[in-house]
Design a protein around this ligand. Sequence first.
Ligand code: 5GP
Ligand code: MN
Length: 318
Amino acid sequence: MMSNVLKNIISSQGTCLIIPHQSPDGDCLGSSYTLSHFFERHQIKHHIIMDDVIPSNYTFLKKNNMLKSSDIKDDEKYDYAIILDTSSLDRIGASKSVLDKCASMIVIDHHKTNSFFGDTNIVEMVSSVGELLFNLYTEIDYVIDQEDAIGLYTSIVTDTGEFRYSNTTNKTLQVAAKLFETGFDFESCSREIFSNQPLEKVVLKSSSLSNIELYGNKQVALMIVSQQMLKQHNCDMFHSDGIVEAGRDISGIEVSVLLKEIDSNTVKVSMRSKSFLDVAEISLVFNGGGHNRAAGCTINAPLKEAKQLIIKEIESRL
Ligand code: 5GP
Ligand code: MN
């Protein structure tokens, strides 16, 4: 039983580093939040490794046990690294440097492209790592409280696109109902997450969408966020969150692509599909990964070249 992993940590009073992926999203932040709370309730010594800025709509999930990987000293030792919502090791970025201070690596993830890179891998195709943690908690009869519900609900509501995506199952909704039974303030959570966008982010989105390009017989929407646009609108790259979904929501579009210019020779690609195209497969061609309907990769090329490469790959599959 996979929940033995949590039981073993508690019974051995193991020390842990919780490691979410870089460019943190609602699922990895929400699941880090609840797992940290679970450890607090069991007096387990732990930290969350957070090297990136937390987007402002998720700052309510900040914990004062968060450290940067550079804060972990060379002579520190931990029993477990617990890597959340991460399908391959390159997705944790700078946090990789703390791994050699941990005796064992536990991966808790729900991506079908997961490469099983941990010593222990708990990988299940459920909506979110939040739903997976809920299942692990239930197996060991852990009583979920309102703090847990805040983290778990954030994971689930964000990764399912507010229960709209195909990863939402009957079980997902039952989990959400169980969370509601704790009486946690879900309205406040929703406000924080969805009605709390900085103005500059909304302006960046509007600028990117107003320059939308269509390909593949108008089934492909392509948007760009360049370094020049970030400067112009006083934004960071994490403000590009939500743009690729807006492209996908246009009528007739099957695939939406957002090209994020990291530097003159690096482009981060985000893809979303609507009903049939497997974007995880396309991402794998460029050594990325993800889910059928939401995936991404990095292409080491200038914007123009990256655009041609990705569009060609998509068009060949339509
Ligand atoms: P996003 O477009 O929001 O960055 O990512 C969408 C999904 O694709 C997420 O589930 C994420 O884990 C996955 N993904 C995005 N970029 C990469 C990547 O470079 N490598 C891998 N393996 N997965 C990625
Ligand atoms: Mn996730």
